[in-house]
Ligand binder design. Structure first.
Ligand code: GAL
Length: 378
């Protein structure tokens, strides 16, 4: 998969690039230009201007943290006029909220898209009004009117999950059930690809068996195991169905690839209902986002790991991008190769995701201030 190769190169490149961020002004003619490019500095505007923040939903824990932190960080930089909206995972609602931000005079809109391809019309309106667009965490596809993208390295998230599983199983033959994220979420493709590039050779060799038969033929087939809207309930139902249908007569599941914590929560509930208990025989279960309930499950031995993306760091980086755009200066990016959105390669700032297991909850999540010890009964 050329994306894989590109990403593999980018993954290596990103490590090197992390320490030497490029800077650029995004142009909308299909490419990004260096800050010394012909486009010159972006439009300047003052800090009393409105900044729009469009988040997908409040029903998934991480977006509440993202929205609140970004709003606080912008305020600390002097951007006191912000409009933070949540769209209940409804694409029409997100489009109209963004339209309202533009109507209210927003100079920049930061968007964590529900389905980026549904935003093309409103992004055209943004472009005609000179409103800059920053894609937040999720790439917005199908429109050239996306100026920048900031996210954690999504392919790396999957690689961390895949390699965690590979390390855990060693040379043992195992039964594995794979899950993927919401089919309308561009990130889910990267998460799955990163993990499946590690695990599919083990499926081919016969070390990993997928008793449900739900092993995507290739990375592009990831939507066949996608869970719409990332809901815990849908993941729980899917896991229950697989356990009831394919794990009879004493057969046990040994590994579950879950791309994030909301799915892992539902999967853990299905495992508990089927009699799986924390301990040596409990399946390896992955996750992402370090959601509070899942970190508690990791402490209780009901989830093996989560990939932590410190949303404060992402918010800080995006607030910095806003400030750089507003001042008409260079905008820091460190990846101008990976994120092709179908109309252009969007200049991107990638942050590094981190594996958290039971052993390093304190050093990573508590000592960093992401959670208080009291929140985790520590
Ligand atoms: C993804 C995001 C992940 C995951 C999921 C559900 O796009 O990057 O952190 O949690 O959405 O919010």
């Amino acid at each position: 998969m050329t994306r894989k190769l590109t990403t593999a190169v980018a993954a290596v490149g990103v490590t090197a690039l992390m320490f030497s961020t490029a800077a650029c002004n995004s142009s909308r003619d299909g490419g990004s230009e260096s800050s010394s490019g012909a486009s010159g500095a972006a439009a300047k505007f003052d800090k009393s201007s409105l900044i729009g923040i469009s988040m997908p939903t409040k029903s998934l824990e991480r977006w509440n943290r993202d929205g609140a932190h970004l709003q606080d960080k912008l305020k600390s930089l002097g951007y006191t006029k912000t409009s933070l909206q949540y769209a209940d995972n409804k694409t029409d609602q997100q489009s109209s909220q963004i339209q309202n931000m533009i109507n209210q005079g927003a100079k920049i809109v930061v968007i964590a898209a529900i389905d980026g391809t549904a935003l093309t019309p409103v992004l055209q309106t943004a472009a005609t009004k000179g409103v800059k667009v920053i894609a937040y965490d999720r790439l917005i596809n199908g429109s050239k009117n996306v100026d920048y993208y900031a996210t954690f390295d999504n392919y790396k998230v999957g690689q961390l999950q895949g390699n965690f599983i590979k390390d855990k199983i060693g040379t043992n033959k195992v039964n594995l059930e794979p899950f993927a994220g919401s089919p309308d979420d561009n990130n889910a493709k990267f998460f799955f690809s990163g993990a499946w590039d590690v695990l599919s050779p083990l499926v081919k060799s016969g070390q990993i068996t997928v008793p449900s038969g739900k092993a995507p033929k290739n990375n592009d087939d990831w939507k066949s195991i996608g869970i719409q809207g990332w809901t815990s309930d849908a993941a729980q139902t899917e896991m229950q169905n697989r356990l009831n249908s394919f794990y009879t007569g004493g057969k046990k599941v040994n590994v579950v690839l879950s791309p994030n914590d909301s799915l892992a929560l539902g999967i853990a509930q299905a495992l508990a209902a089927a009699g799986y208990k924390a301990g040596a025989d409990y399946p390896v279960l992955t996750g992402q986002d370090a959601d509070l309930a899942n970190v508690k499950n990791i402490q209780a031995g009901k989830q093996s790991m989560t990939v932590w993306k410190d949303t404060r760091a992402l918010g800080d980086q995006v607030a910095k991008m806003v400030d750089q755009i507003a001042s008409g200066g260079k905008v820091d990016v460190n990846d101008e190769k990976t994120y092709d959105n179908g109309t252009k390669v969007v200049p991107t700032y990638l942050l590094a995701p981190v594996v958290v297991t039971k052993d390093d909850i304190k050093t990573k999540l508590v000592d960093s201030g992401f959670y208080k010890a009291s929140e985790l009964g520590m």
